[in-house]
Design a protein around this ligand. Sequence first.
Ligand code: V47
Ligand code: SF4
Length: 376
Amino acid sequence: MPDRLLHAIRDKVESGQRLTFEEGLYLYEQADLFTLGQLANQLRERLHGRYAYYNVNVHLNPTNVCVYRCTFCAFRADLKSPKGYLMTDEEILARAAEADARGATEMHIVGGLHHQMPYEWYRHIIELIHRHYPRLHLKAYTAVEWDWFSRITGRPTKDLLAECKELGLGSLPGGGAEIFHPEIRDQICEHKADAETWLRIHREAHQLGLRSTATMLYGHIEKPWHRIDHLLRLRQLQDETGGFQTFIPLAFHPENSRLAHLPKPSVVTDLRTIAISRLMLDNFPHIKAYWVMLGVKTAQIALSFGADDIDGTVVHEKIYHDAGSKEPQELTVAELRRLIEEAGRIPIERDTLYREVIRGNGTWRSGRVLPPAVSA
Ligand code: V47
Ligand code: SF4
């Protein structure tokens, strides 16, 4: 029976048909890794040929103080903890200046939900950076943060998104999705935005013309069926709006978290998750192997298991390094390109909206939308 199922799945992938929940679960639990990888790679190459994308970006986490206590999080700090920090305007602008000087096209801004800072502070960060560095694309605040802003202001998230878009918000990052199913979500992050809220906020962003990404935190207490359920909820919203650009599976890093007793997901789980994401999310243009989280070596292999993007130079990464990541805090463009080429792929620099970045004379501009084979 399983062999027959695998043949049926192969036929469906080859003819561009959609996979079901049962087929996704079978791929997780029973399919042989190489066959799975080969199927995902086939779809990946149909969409992107031999290209693999990277970007020149910088992370900014304005505060790590957070009212929530997600069990997997090693980044957060209590209000009075010596580990807690809150960046000043000067520090934020210095980071933005550094990003601009490095030729970054994107600043990825996420952080804690500070007990005492009002929504206006988070809004001010967008306005401040955009006013001084209008070319930097600001990919800012997860749906969990937007939901928090709505809770503390009493204003609808759609209004807040629209207001910040006017001030320079460019798109939404995909964090905070974790695992949607309440059986797991209620155990790892019971108080923060639930699945319906997370999805509603991304729908609203898409309706406002903002693009976004989506994530899934895997390898902790969830089962494979929770992951498939998660992917199908994303696929459904993407059918409706088409606003997601990329899916990023995030491997759980246990160190220093309240789940430190759990093992890290294995490389086999990492590769299976990348491949299954590619196959199930047939309406997502891109699958990202985030090198900080997977490690550079697994990220390289992932480029042949369904992934077509490896994120960027990153710089100042905190969330994974607080959780024990031994990967470097940043990669240079030369290193990113080399690791893509070594994996047998052709590197292309993209901006946040997946347009080719053309550089020369110490400056850059965005060119054609990538990739030619996909209309995002
Ligand atoms: O939502 C927190 C995860 C996310 C841990 O949109 C952890 O392009 C593993 O979403 N082990 C934030 N994961 C990061 C994120 C992201 C990263 C890169 C690119 C993009 C994008 C988004 O990090 C959180 C949570 O799911 N996280 N703690 C941990 N110990
Ligand atoms: Fe706070 Fe985000 Fe950490 Fe949860 S994952 S505790 S919301 S910083």
